[in-house]
Design a protein around this ligand. Structure first.
Ligand SMILES: Cc1cc2nc3c(=O)[nH]c(=O)nc-3n(C[C@H](O)[C@H](O)[C@H](O)COP(=O)(O)OP(=O)(O)OC[C@H]3O[C@@H](n4cnc5c(N)ncnc54)[C@H](O)[C@@H]3O)c2cc1C
Length: 316
Protein backbone atom coordinates (compact mmCIF):
# COMPACT_ATOMS: atom_id res chain seq x y z
CA UNK A 1 0.00 0.00 0.00
CA UNK A 2 1.49 3.35 -1.09
CA UNK A 3 1.09 6.55 0.89
CA UNK A 4 0.42 8.68 -2.19
CA UNK A 5 -0.07 8.41 -5.94
CA UNK A 6 0.73 11.67 -7.72
CA UNK A 7 -1.07 11.92 -11.06
CA UNK A 8 0.83 14.07 -13.58
CA UNK A 9 4.52 15.00 -13.84
CA UNK A 10 4.19 18.61 -14.91
CA UNK A 11 6.17 21.14 -12.86
CA UNK A 12 3.65 20.91 -10.02
CA UNK A 13 3.59 17.09 -9.89
CA UNK A 14 7.40 16.99 -10.06
CA UNK A 15 7.80 19.40 -7.16
CA UNK A 16 5.12 17.54 -5.18
CA UNK A 17 7.20 14.39 -5.74
CA UNK A 18 10.31 16.04 -4.21
CA UNK A 19 8.24 17.25 -1.25
CA UNK A 20 6.73 13.78 -0.79
CA UNK A 21 10.20 12.27 -0.43
CA UNK A 22 11.24 15.04 1.99
CA UNK A 23 8.21 14.07 4.07
CA UNK A 24 9.23 10.39 3.82
CA UNK A 25 6.12 9.39 1.94
CA UNK A 26 6.18 6.25 -0.21
CA UNK A 27 4.61 6.72 -3.59
CA UNK A 28 4.74 6.91 -7.37
CA UNK A 29 4.24 9.64 -9.95
CA UNK A 30 2.25 8.60 -13.02
CA UNK A 31 2.65 10.58 -16.25
CA UNK A 32 0.66 9.88 -19.40
CA UNK A 33 3.15 11.41 -21.85
CA UNK A 34 6.60 10.03 -22.68
CA UNK A 35 8.32 13.04 -21.12
CA UNK A 36 7.92 14.90 -17.85
CA UNK A 37 7.47 18.68 -17.53
CA UNK A 38 3.87 19.09 -18.69
CA UNK A 39 3.13 22.27 -20.63
CA UNK A 40 6.72 23.52 -20.25
CA UNK A 41 8.24 20.57 -22.11
CA UNK A 42 5.44 20.17 -24.60
CA UNK A 43 4.47 23.71 -25.53
CA UNK A 44 7.24 26.16 -24.71
CA UNK A 45 10.54 24.39 -23.93
CA UNK A 46 12.72 27.26 -25.18
CA UNK A 47 10.73 30.14 -23.72
CA UNK A 48 12.63 32.18 -21.14
CA UNK A 49 10.61 31.98 -17.96
CA UNK A 50 11.16 35.05 -15.79
CA UNK A 51 8.59 34.65 -13.03
CA UNK A 52 9.69 31.56 -11.11
CA UNK A 53 11.55 32.09 -7.83
CA UNK A 54 15.33 32.09 -7.82
CA UNK A 55 15.98 32.59 -11.53
CA UNK A 56 16.35 35.89 -13.35
CA UNK A 57 15.55 33.99 -16.52
CA UNK A 58 15.53 30.27 -17.25
CA UNK A 59 14.30 28.31 -20.25
CA UNK A 60 11.27 26.16 -19.50
CA UNK A 61 13.30 23.05 -20.40
CA UNK A 62 16.08 23.97 -17.96
CA UNK A 63 13.55 24.65 -15.22
CA UNK A 64 12.01 21.20 -15.71
CA UNK A 65 15.52 19.74 -15.67
CA UNK A 66 16.19 21.46 -12.32
CA UNK A 67 12.95 20.13 -10.85
CA UNK A 68 13.84 16.64 -12.04
CA UNK A 69 17.40 16.84 -10.67
CA UNK A 70 16.05 18.06 -7.33
CA UNK A 71 13.67 15.10 -7.27
CA UNK A 72 16.30 12.56 -8.35
CA UNK A 73 18.83 13.80 -5.80
CA UNK A 74 16.92 12.10 -3.01
CA UNK A 75 17.69 8.47 -2.17
CA UNK A 76 14.05 7.83 -1.18
CA UNK A 77 12.70 9.51 -4.33
CA UNK A 78 9.38 8.47 -5.77
CA UNK A 79 9.44 6.43 -8.93
CA UNK A 80 8.26 8.48 -11.94
CA UNK A 81 6.51 6.30 -14.50
CA UNK A 82 5.96 7.80 -17.95
CA UNK A 83 3.53 6.53 -20.59
CA UNK A 84 1.15 5.66 -17.82
CA UNK A 85 -2.27 7.31 -17.93
CA UNK A 86 -4.54 7.20 -14.93
CA UNK A 87 -7.96 6.21 -16.19
CA UNK A 88 -9.90 6.06 -12.92
CA UNK A 89 -9.70 5.40 -9.22
CA UNK A 90 -12.13 3.89 -6.75
CA UNK A 91 -12.33 3.56 -3.00
CA UNK A 92 -11.00 0.40 -1.37
CA UNK A 93 -11.01 -0.74 2.25
CA UNK A 94 -8.02 1.38 3.34
CA UNK A 95 -7.74 3.95 0.59
CA UNK A 96 -7.97 3.87 -3.18
CA UNK A 97 -7.21 1.64 -6.15
CA UNK A 98 -5.79 3.69 -9.02
CA UNK A 99 -6.20 2.14 -12.46
CA UNK A 100 -3.92 3.11 -15.33
CA UNK A 101 -3.55 1.86 -18.90
CA UNK A 102 -0.93 -0.56 -17.53
CA UNK A 103 -1.31 -1.24 -13.82
CA UNK A 104 -3.26 -0.90 -10.62
CA UNK A 105 -1.90 0.84 -7.51
CA UNK A 106 -3.19 0.65 -3.95
CA UNK A 107 -2.72 3.91 -2.12
CA UNK A 108 -3.90 5.70 0.99
CA UNK A 109 -4.08 9.12 -0.71
CA UNK A 110 -4.10 10.60 -4.23
CA UNK A 111 -2.69 13.91 -5.42
CA UNK A 112 -4.04 15.07 -8.79
CA UNK A 113 -1.64 17.35 -10.72
CA UNK A 114 -2.99 16.75 -14.20
CA UNK A 115 -3.04 20.36 -15.42
CA UNK A 116 -5.11 20.70 -18.57
CA UNK A 117 -5.10 16.93 -18.97
CA UNK A 118 -3.74 15.47 -22.15
CA UNK A 119 -4.40 18.63 -24.14
CA UNK A 120 -4.11 19.10 -27.90
CA UNK A 121 -3.39 22.31 -29.83
CA UNK A 122 -6.31 24.24 -31.29
CA UNK A 123 -6.05 24.32 -35.11
CA UNK A 124 -6.78 27.07 -37.64
CA UNK A 125 -9.55 24.95 -39.11
CA UNK A 126 -8.75 25.54 -42.78
CA UNK A 127 -8.54 23.05 -45.61
CA UNK A 128 -5.27 21.13 -46.06
CA UNK A 129 -4.00 22.23 -42.62
CA UNK A 130 -3.02 18.72 -41.62
CA UNK A 131 -1.36 18.00 -44.94
CA UNK A 132 1.60 20.39 -44.51
CA UNK A 133 4.62 19.53 -42.38
CA UNK A 134 5.79 23.12 -41.87
CA UNK A 135 2.76 24.16 -39.81
CA UNK A 136 3.74 24.08 -36.13
CA UNK A 137 1.64 24.30 -32.98
CA UNK A 138 4.52 25.01 -30.58
CA UNK A 139 8.08 26.28 -30.96
CA UNK A 140 10.08 23.35 -29.64
CA UNK A 141 13.32 24.30 -31.41
CA UNK A 142 13.60 27.93 -32.46
CA UNK A 143 16.48 27.20 -34.86
CA UNK A 144 14.07 25.31 -37.14
CA UNK A 145 12.91 28.83 -38.15
CA UNK A 146 16.38 30.24 -38.89
CA UNK A 147 16.35 32.56 -41.95
CA UNK A 148 12.74 31.71 -42.74
CA UNK A 149 9.69 33.86 -43.44
CA UNK A 150 7.50 32.92 -40.51
CA UNK A 151 3.81 33.67 -39.98
CA UNK A 152 2.53 33.43 -36.41
CA UNK A 153 -1.23 33.08 -35.91
CA UNK A 154 -2.61 34.29 -32.58
CA UNK A 155 -2.83 37.25 -30.24
CA UNK A 156 -2.23 35.88 -26.76
CA UNK A 157 0.92 35.74 -24.65
CA UNK A 158 2.31 32.65 -26.36
CA UNK A 159 1.88 34.08 -29.88
CA UNK A 160 3.58 37.34 -28.92
CA UNK A 161 6.34 35.54 -26.95
CA UNK A 162 6.98 33.35 -29.99
CA UNK A 163 7.14 36.37 -32.30
CA UNK A 164 9.70 38.02 -30.00
CA UNK A 165 11.70 34.80 -29.65
CA UNK A 166 11.83 34.08 -33.40
CA UNK A 167 12.43 37.59 -34.68
CA UNK A 168 16.22 37.59 -34.09
CA UNK A 169 16.56 34.22 -35.87
CA UNK A 170 13.98 34.23 -38.64
CA UNK A 171 14.27 36.23 -41.86
CA UNK A 172 10.88 37.89 -41.24
CA UNK A 173 8.15 37.44 -38.64
CA UNK A 174 4.53 38.39 -39.31
CA UNK A 175 1.95 38.06 -36.56
CA UNK A 176 -1.71 37.69 -37.53
CA UNK A 177 -4.48 38.21 -35.01
CA UNK A 178 -8.24 38.06 -35.49
CA UNK A 179 -8.91 41.05 -33.21
CA UNK A 180 -7.64 44.64 -33.28
CA UNK A 181 -6.39 44.34 -29.70
CA UNK A 182 -3.87 41.76 -28.53
CA UNK A 183 -4.61 39.75 -25.38
CA UNK A 184 -0.90 39.50 -24.54
CA UNK A 185 0.80 41.63 -21.90
CA UNK A 186 0.97 45.23 -23.13
CA UNK A 187 4.74 45.48 -22.50
CA UNK A 188 5.31 42.50 -24.85
CA UNK A 189 3.01 44.00 -27.48
CA UNK A 190 4.87 47.32 -27.23
CA UNK A 191 8.19 45.51 -27.59
CA UNK A 192 6.87 43.68 -30.64
CA UNK A 193 5.94 47.02 -32.24
CA UNK A 194 9.29 48.59 -31.29
CA UNK A 195 11.12 45.71 -32.89
CA UNK A 196 9.25 46.18 -36.15
CA UNK A 197 7.51 42.79 -36.25
CA UNK A 198 4.86 42.97 -38.97
CA UNK A 199 1.38 42.98 -37.43
CA UNK A 200 -1.77 42.11 -39.38
CA UNK A 201 -5.14 42.62 -37.63
CA UNK A 202 -8.00 41.68 -37.73
CA UNK A 203 -7.25 38.72 -40.00
CA UNK A 204 -7.82 34.96 -39.94
CA UNK A 205 -6.57 32.19 -42.20
CA UNK A 206 -8.78 31.52 -45.20
CA UNK A 207 -6.74 29.28 -47.44
CA UNK A 208 -3.41 27.51 -47.62
CA UNK A 209 -1.47 26.43 -50.63
CA UNK A 210 1.90 24.85 -51.15
CA UNK A 211 4.06 22.29 -52.82
CA UNK A 212 4.28 18.67 -51.69
CA UNK A 213 4.41 18.73 -47.88
CA UNK A 214 5.27 22.42 -47.51
CA UNK A 215 2.88 25.32 -47.20
CA UNK A 216 4.25 28.25 -49.22
CA UNK A 217 1.34 30.68 -49.17
CA UNK A 218 -1.38 31.69 -46.76
CA UNK A 219 -4.42 33.73 -47.73
CA UNK A 220 -5.80 35.85 -44.90
CA UNK A 221 -9.32 37.23 -44.70
CA UNK A 222 -10.22 40.41 -42.87
CA UNK A 223 -12.64 39.47 -40.07
CA UNK A 224 -14.61 42.70 -40.46
CA UNK A 225 -14.47 43.29 -44.21
CA UNK A 226 -14.51 39.84 -45.73
CA UNK A 227 -13.78 41.18 -49.20
CA UNK A 228 -10.33 42.27 -47.98
CA UNK A 229 -7.94 39.35 -48.43
CA UNK A 230 -4.14 39.34 -48.23
CA UNK A 231 -1.79 36.74 -49.63
CA UNK A 232 1.52 36.09 -47.84
CA UNK A 233 4.40 33.91 -48.95
CA UNK A 234 5.73 31.87 -46.04
CA UNK A 235 8.24 29.16 -45.16
CA UNK A 236 6.57 28.20 -41.87
CA UNK A 237 3.39 28.91 -39.92
CA UNK A 238 3.19 28.77 -36.13
CA UNK A 239 -0.39 28.44 -34.89
CA UNK A 240 -0.73 29.74 -31.36
CA UNK A 241 -4.45 29.44 -30.73
CA UNK A 242 -4.12 27.76 -27.33
CA UNK A 243 -5.04 24.27 -26.29
CA UNK A 244 -8.12 22.14 -26.28
CA UNK A 245 -8.08 20.63 -22.80
CA UNK A 246 -8.30 16.84 -22.52
CA UNK A 247 -9.34 16.96 -18.89
CA UNK A 248 -10.31 13.97 -16.84
CA UNK A 249 -11.85 15.33 -13.65
CA UNK A 250 -12.35 11.81 -12.28
CA UNK A 251 -16.02 12.50 -11.45
CA UNK A 252 -14.99 14.94 -8.73
CA UNK A 253 -16.98 18.05 -7.89
CA UNK A 254 -16.05 20.90 -10.27
CA UNK A 255 -15.43 24.59 -10.16
CA UNK A 256 -16.24 25.58 -13.74
CA UNK A 257 -14.41 23.04 -15.87
CA UNK A 258 -11.73 22.38 -13.23
CA UNK A 259 -11.59 20.33 -10.05
CA UNK A 260 -13.09 22.06 -7.00
CA UNK A 261 -10.95 22.08 -3.86
CA UNK A 262 -11.56 22.64 -0.19
CA UNK A 263 -9.27 22.94 2.84
CA UNK A 264 -5.62 22.08 2.05
CA UNK A 265 -6.62 21.40 -1.58
CA UNK A 266 -8.71 18.36 -0.70
CA UNK A 267 -11.28 17.58 -3.39
CA UNK A 268 -14.86 16.44 -2.88
CA UNK A 269 -13.45 12.96 -2.07
CA UNK A 270 -11.73 12.27 1.24
CA UNK A 271 -7.92 11.91 0.94
CA UNK A 272 -7.95 12.91 -2.73
CA UNK A 273 -6.14 16.21 -3.26
CA UNK A 274 -5.68 18.34 -6.38
CA UNK A 275 -3.25 21.17 -7.20
CA UNK A 276 -1.84 23.21 -10.09
CA UNK A 277 -3.70 23.95 -13.29
CA UNK A 278 -6.11 21.06 -12.66
CA UNK A 279 -7.98 23.14 -10.08
CA UNK A 280 -9.74 26.45 -9.79
CA UNK A 281 -11.05 28.63 -6.96
CA UNK A 282 -11.64 32.34 -6.42
CA UNK A 283 -8.29 34.10 -6.73
CA UNK A 284 -6.47 31.12 -8.27
CA UNK A 285 -3.53 32.07 -10.52
CA UNK A 286 -2.79 29.47 -13.17
CA UNK A 287 0.95 29.69 -13.21
CA UNK A 288 3.89 27.60 -12.07
CA UNK A 289 4.64 29.29 -8.75
CA UNK A 290 1.04 29.24 -7.53
CA UNK A 291 0.93 25.47 -8.23
CA UNK A 292 4.24 24.88 -6.42
CA UNK A 293 2.84 26.60 -3.30
CA UNK A 294 -0.27 24.44 -3.46
CA UNK A 295 1.98 21.36 -3.57
CA UNK A 296 3.54 22.38 -0.23
CA UNK A 297 0.14 22.64 1.44
CA UNK A 298 -1.27 19.41 0.00
CA UNK A 299 1.81 17.28 0.73
CA UNK A 300 2.01 18.61 4.30
CA UNK A 301 -1.64 17.62 4.80
CA UNK A 302 -1.01 14.19 3.28
CA UNK A 303 1.91 13.70 5.72
CA UNK A 304 -0.47 14.50 8.59
CA UNK A 305 -2.96 11.92 7.30
CA UNK A 306 -0.32 9.21 6.82
CA UNK A 307 1.59 9.92 10.05
CA UNK A 308 -0.97 11.07 12.64
CA UNK A 309 0.73 12.43 15.75
CA UNK A 310 4.02 13.06 13.90
CA UNK A 311 5.65 16.42 14.38
CA UNK A 312 5.25 17.51 10.76
CA UNK A 313 8.23 19.52 9.43
CA UNK A 314 7.49 22.84 7.79
CA UNK A 315 11.01 23.31 6.47
CA UNK A 316 13.95 20.99 5.92
C1 LIG B 1 2.68 28.97 -23.91
C2 LIG B 1 2.62 29.02 -22.40
C3 LIG B 1 3.52 29.81 -21.71
C4 LIG B 1 3.49 29.85 -20.31
N1 LIG B 1 4.38 30.63 -19.65
C5 LIG B 1 4.42 30.62 -18.29
C6 LIG B 1 5.38 31.40 -17.57
O1 LIG B 1 6.21 32.10 -18.16
N2 LIG B 1 5.36 31.36 -16.20
C7 LIG B 1 4.43 30.61 -15.50
O2 LIG B 1 4.48 30.61 -14.27
N3 LIG B 1 3.50 29.86 -16.16
C8 LIG B 1 3.47 29.85 -17.52
N4 LIG B 1 2.52 29.10 -18.19
C9 LIG B 1 1.56 28.32 -17.39
C10 LIG B 1 2.23 27.05 -16.82
O3 LIG B 1 2.78 26.29 -17.89
C11 LIG B 1 1.21 26.21 -16.06
O4 LIG B 1 0.70 26.98 -15.00
C12 LIG B 1 1.87 24.94 -15.52
O5 LIG B 1 2.34 24.12 -16.56
C13 LIG B 1 0.88 24.14 -14.67
O6 LIG B 1 1.58 23.02 -14.21
P1 LIG B 1 0.81 21.66 -13.84
O7 LIG B 1 1.88 20.71 -13.39
O8 LIG B 1 -0.31 21.97 -12.93
O9 LIG B 1 0.13 21.17 -15.19
P2 LIG B 1 0.75 20.75 -16.60
O10 LIG B 1 1.98 21.49 -16.91
O11 LIG B 1 -0.39 20.83 -17.56
O12 LIG B 1 1.15 19.22 -16.38
C14 LIG B 1 0.18 18.23 -16.16
C15 LIG B 1 0.77 16.87 -16.50
O13 LIG B 1 -0.18 15.86 -16.14
C16 LIG B 1 -0.19 14.87 -17.17
N5 LIG B 1 -1.50 14.20 -17.13
C17 LIG B 1 -2.70 14.74 -17.47
N6 LIG B 1 -3.68 13.82 -17.29
C18 LIG B 1 -3.07 12.68 -16.85
C19 LIG B 1 -3.55 11.38 -16.49
N7 LIG B 1 -4.87 11.08 -16.52
N8 LIG B 1 -2.65 10.44 -16.10
C20 LIG B 1 -1.32 10.75 -16.03
N9 LIG B 1 -0.82 11.96 -16.37
C21 LIG B 1 -1.69 12.90 -16.75
C22 LIG B 1 0.02 15.68 -18.45
O14 LIG B 1 0.50 14.84 -19.48
C23 LIG B 1 1.06 16.71 -17.99
O15 LIG B 1 2.38 16.25 -18.16
C24 LIG B 1 2.52 29.06 -19.59
C25 LIG B 1 1.63 28.24 -20.29
C26 LIG B 1 1.67 28.21 -21.69
C27 LIG B 1 0.71 27.31 -22.43
Amino acid sequence: MLDVVIIGAGPVGLYASTLASLHNLQGVVLESRDIVGGQLSNFYPQKKVIDVPGFISITADDFVDSLLKQNNDRANRLDIKVNETVESFCQSENGYIVTTNRNEYQTRTILIATGMGKSTPRKMGVDKESQFKNIYYAVKDKYVFKDKDVVIMGGGDSAVDEALMLQPIAKTVTIVHRREEFRAQSCSVDLMKERGIKILVPYVAKELSGEHEDVTKIILENKQDKSDCIEIATDAIVVSYGMVAGRNNFDLERYGTDVKVYDSYQTSQANVFAIGNAINYPGKVKNITCGLGEAVVAITKIDQIIHPGKNIPVHF
